[in-house]
Write a new protein. Sequence first.
Length: 140
Amino acid sequence: MIELSKDDMKCIAAFETLTVAGVRDCLIAEQAIAFIVNQGDLGKAIGKKGANITRVRNMFARQVLVFEDSEDMGQFVRNLFGSIPVTNINVHEKMESKIAYVTVDEKDRGNAIGRNGDRIKVGRALLQRRFGCDLRLVSK
């Protein structure tokens, strides 16, 4: 079960008010805020021509990342990378830990990591919270 702070709850309420998308989780990082929206609500969160996400970014005055939720860990990982093609996901379990090795093409590596490493850091934290699994990026 994910525990949300008061700040998380305020961010979720503001996001849902601006976008009408249902939010499952919120992660406030140093340089970005990430939201996990219900399956099928990603379009609502972004809005026509990106209008909703632009309003949200302006309100929070920082980078906002939005991901669609999934009960399937593989699909959730693919959702974390959005339009970046993920060629392979290998999950290794040792003792009590799980690590998902995600393979992307070398040319997409920079986008997968994100500005200042924000996308990969946030993705790692969300995957850990949601599935108790660490994330490693591999390029081919």
